[in-house]
Structure formats: structure tokens, C-alpha cells
Design a protein around this ligand. Structure first.
Ligand SMILES: *[C@@H]1O[C@H](CO)[C@@H](O)[C@H](O)[C@H]1NC(C)=O
Length: 129
């Protein structure tokens, strides 16, 4: 009777080890820019005659990512966006001053313009994978 839970525990243990090593060996856990997801929705507010948009940037990678940059060419806003969240550097915008965005966390900001701006992840560095 006791053999069933024992083997179950053993399988669980082995599968955890397998997962851990495949992470390190084959980079199974490594992600790409595709794991930075950006959603933009209308907030419903109007600021200085422009529509306000709420943006959520989420890191869906198992590893933290830092120095995240978004494409920003032509981005305009009448609502101030804190440079500590989004700072424009040429045609790119640096997110949270280049700091790490850990697994499943998000950064939110709002801006206001006539239409939504489509941000794309442009660069990032994946750390501690
Ligand atoms: C948009 O963002 C503002 C400021 O963070 C927040 O108060 C508001 O609830 C958000 N609206 C939506 C629809 O998410």
C-alpha cells in the first residue's frame, strides 16, 4: 500500500530534477522578446481633448528581464508619463530605467493622444536564467 505514494513522490522528484536541468542545459526556460506582452486599453478618460490609454507591460518569461526597450518612434502624449517608467531615447523608450522586471510582474502607465500607439518590445536582456 505504501509503495504507491512512494513511487509517486519519486516520479515527482525526478520530474522536478529533469525540469531544472533542461532549463540549464538546453535553455528550455530561456525566453525572448515574445514574452514581453503589451496591452493597451482605453481608460475612458479624456485629457486635454485627447483620449487616455492605459498600457500594461507584462514579463511572461520565467526569468527576469532588464534593459527593456519598446519601439517608440512617433509616440506622443499630452499626459505626462514619468521618465522613471518610460524614458524616450531616440526611437526607443526605456522601461523603468532599465531595471529588472521579474516573472509575471507588470508595469503600467497611461498616456493621452488622439489614437492608441502600438508599442512593440524592441530589446531586453534576460537575466539569471
Ligand atoms: C487607467 O489607469 C488609471 C491610472 O492608473 C486608473 O486609475 C484607471 O482605473 C485605469 N483604467 C482602466 C480602464 O484600466
Amino acid at each position: 500500500m505504501a509503495t504507491v505514494p512512494m513511487s509517486f513522490i519519486l516520479i515527482l522528484f525526478l520530474s522536478l530534477i529533469g525540469k531544472e536541468s533542461s532549463c540549464k542545459i538546453s535553455g528550455f526556460c530561456a525566453c525572448s522578446l515574445d514574452n514581453i506582452n503589451i496591452n493597451t486599453i482605453r481608460s475612458g478618460r479624456v485629457i486635454q481633448g485627447k483620449l487616455e490609454w492605459n498600457v500594461t507591460v507584462i514579463n511572461n518569461c520565467n526569468c527576469p528581464q532588464k534593459l527593456i526597450k519598446l519601439t517608440c518612434k512617433g509616440f506622443q502624449t499630452v499626459e505626462n508619463v514619468s521618465p522613471s517608467i518610460l524614458s524616450k531615447v531616440g526611437d526607443k523608450c526605456l522601461l523603468i530605467g532599465g531595471k529588472e522586471l521579474v516573472k509575471s510582474t507588470s508595469v503600467k502607465f497611461s498616456y493621452a493622444w488622439d489614437s492608441a500607439y502600438i508599442f512593440w518590445p524592441s530589446e531586453s536582456i534576460i537575466v539569471r536564467c
